[in-house]
Design a binder for this molecule. Sequence first.
Ligand SMILES: *Cc1c(COP(=O)(O)O)cnc(C)c1O
Length: 385
Amino acid sequence: MNSSHKNGSGQIPFNRSSLLGRELEYIFQSVTIGQIAGDQTYSKKCQSLLEQTLQIHKALVTTSCTHALELSALLLDIQAGDEVIVPSFAFVSTANAFALRGARIVFADVRPDTFNLDETRLEAKITPKTRAIVPIHYAGVGCEMDSIVDIARRHGLKIIEDNAHGLFGKYRGRWLGTLGEFGTQSFHETKNITCGEGGALLINDPAYIERAEIIREKGTNRSMFFRGQVDKYSWMDVGSSYVMSDVLAAFLFAQLEVWPSIQTKRRQIWERYACELSDWSRSSGVRLPIVPQHCEQAYHMFYLLLPSLSARQSLIAHLAAHGILAVFHYLPLHLSKFGLRYGGRVGEHPVSENISDRLLRLPFFCALTGAEQTRVIEAVSEFRP
Ligand SMILES: *Cc1c(COP(=O)(O)O)cnc(C)c1O
């Protein structure tokens, strides 16, 4: 619950979850009909909705995006000695899912405009050991996928799109998450569409479907058994337990079926920030997000790029004094304790290092009220870096 603040108004969190559709009704139904394990009615509804909307061969709901990334690493038989290219400005799981298989993580810098993997620096990172590229569509704005796909094809590499931010965004008219071999989605509470903790693997090459189902079901062909394709199921391959509970799938389906209204709401909040902060940003040397013309963004985040680390820290403190929680984002992975094992050094990925110090994310969630957003905009506009 909101605690009251010295201004007489409540705290504005960075993220607040809320019911956006028929979540409770569907959860009640899944429990009442006794479908609480995975791969039942609501999981299938979520998967069909994703498959039909995105026009893909197969979507499998999973326990998380991290697990969907692990599943793709297993599907590609990534192993010790392989190299996988990951942006340095990234979430831990984007690299970790491949590190877990023994791969060497090769970091690449990001573009200064969108903070997406810099396709012009990609080819220099490729060696005979490179197996895969894992771009993130940061903030739900598409990477330069035409170039990335072209580079991958020429070098025989696979692409896993970490699309945790980008569900329902498009690059040159094509859905994000459908442009590489795999796309991975997150339904964590902080994402546009959520069930608390959850994810999905989007499979764009049908050759991987059968093995993906086996790996996701502890290495067994249980999915085929349930469809009546085999008369008993057994251990077929390596695998793990990546199946989402249908109770969570019920929650998820209630949000997925109203995705256009969720995205419209987020677009309105995003556009209001962009519009009402534009004069302030120009006069104070703060950069607002850049969205290229050919990208239909997924409205995952609204960030500010402050002129310096100290300005960023002062704005966080200024907003906190107004009861507003704004947060920074990724620390460059090549300089993290674990990332240093791959030989990272300061100055190696200058854009990642620079923006990591200067980026600030404003409160952004569907239930942000007009009055709350006014308070955020007013407090930001008072600030002079
Ligand atoms: C949130 C996030 C993840 C991890 O998602 P989980 O569902 O929590 O595992 C991975 N990559 C990116 C870019 C994310 O933002």
